[in-house]
Design a protein around this ligand. Sequence first.
Ligand code: THU
Length: 139
Amino acid sequence: MKQYEELVCTAIKMREYSYAPYSHFTVGAALLSKKGKIFSGCNIENASYSPTICAERVAFFKAISEGEREFKAIAIVGGKENEKPNDYCAPCGVCRQVMNEFCDGDFQILLVKEKDQYSIYRLKDLMPMGFGLKNLEKK
Ligand code: THU
């Protein structure tokens, strides 16, 4: 799909900025807002391990902190550093939870291998029965 070309290329490019000296697994993400703006992210690791953050959450938090709240799609690509990915990189559970906070079930998740090779999933398929704001609002 042509509409996602820039999104996919941005995610692929973002792997170059990844800081992953521990896992040597580099991930790039590109998040498309409903207004048409792209927010990018890469994974950033830490010697203390737990401060490590995934590429997807970097992209989300950049967007949220700049006032964007509505999103259409995210492209994700990951693999061994300095190599082309040999598999699709699905978002971890914590990143799915963050997606669930800000996106509806039709939010599109593009798992990318190459520029012209990606599969599209919907959040409702990757995160069924998610816990969210609606649960806390129930009486
Ligand atoms: N990682 C991501 O950035 N996104 C994912 O979807 C999966 C995992 C990162 C976290 C860590 O820096 C490295 O990949 C290995 O887990």
